[in-house]
Design a protein around this ligand. Sequence first.
Ligand code: ADP
Ligand code: MG
Length: 399
Amino acid sequence: MSFKTLDDLPADLTGQVALVRVDLNLPMQEGRASDVTRVEAVKPTVLELSDRGAKVLLLAHFGRPKGQRHSTMSTSMVQGDVERVLDREIMFVPEVTGPVVEQALGIFRSGDIGLLDNVRFWPGEEANDPEFARGIAAVGDFYVNDAFSASHRAHASTEGLAHLLPAYAGRAMEAELKALDAALGNPARPVAAVVGGAKVSTKLDVLEQMVRKVQHLVIGGGMANTFLAARGVNVGKSLCEHDLAATANRIMDEADHAGCTVHLPYDVVVAKEFAANPASLRTCNVHEVAGDEMILDVGPQAVEALGDVLKTCRTLVWNGPMGAFETPPFDAATVALAKTAAALTQDGSLTSVAGGGDTVAALAHAGVAKDFTYVSTAGGAFLEWMEGKELPGVAALTK
Ligand code: ADP
Ligand code: MG
């Protein structure tokens, strides 16, 4: 995979206007961002361009305004949070094209940073309208995409602009693409994939891809129940998609043909009611689940065996928790396996890449997110990448 980075730009960018696509779609609580991870992610790119003398215009979406202005979805809502994280004053520009943007640039000095309004206020954004993209591009000298998490969409600000201006990957995008390539593009073998979470139906394409690409496929979480049931195991009241039995069996057959070993739990943690530390909690063999019990986590013996599998592997891709980790003690398998993966990564024997909304939360809960080689916070884009899809925003940078 080859793409241009900020290293391919002249060292001195004085007088040049950089149009930088960032992800500022921050979760909000009482008018303030409750999590600024996305701003921290783009900080190196924005400050580097500013320090090198460019006039920086930030382009972002915020919420789902569907092509119309909504005062509550203006990017000005997050201006304060962006200023605080960047530790710079920035100017809010209530447009993305036209004279207002030109006037703002007219008073900008070298290194100044501007925040354009929500690019999704204009229908041309999601339609990837070339006319709209040309309007944005008109004021820029080059385009930087630092929003991997938005790059599974072929929108004007994520894809269209890359065809109109010299296009570069920002530092966060660069790190993400390198990590993802190391995990599945050209990985050191053997490769293990851990796929967990709630339902098979939401991750069919991920499973199909993993079977083809990895040597070990660990299936955990609620989706393991569907696979166990397909093999004739009685899973009681567990979350289970019985109608997907044939699909699960086909995936296991495909794995057989591809030389991929599928690992299903052989002991599990069950309870009669889904609550924290329930009285009915017990650990048992998968063949001993009673009709009124649910499987809520992978058991300790299986976790130990999975740890041994990881010790033989060089690369790990992880999406989806092993159990209902939000409710103790059903976080035990996820936490234990995450700690093993983190330790192997720190020892230098494993390259570990993880992603997915709940997976990121689970790894943070386990306290090991920083010990993985890379943790992607790009939920949808990460999954599409695991599904083997080409992401339009990435493709536009790499072609
Ligand atoms: P991600 O967001 O990382 O892609 P998912 O959304 O697919 O992950 O799945 C996460 C959810 O799966 C969590 O809310 C977790 O509680 C649930 N889950 C995991 N194992 C089980 C289980 N055995 N029974 C019910 N829910 C489960
Ligand atoms: Mg989720």
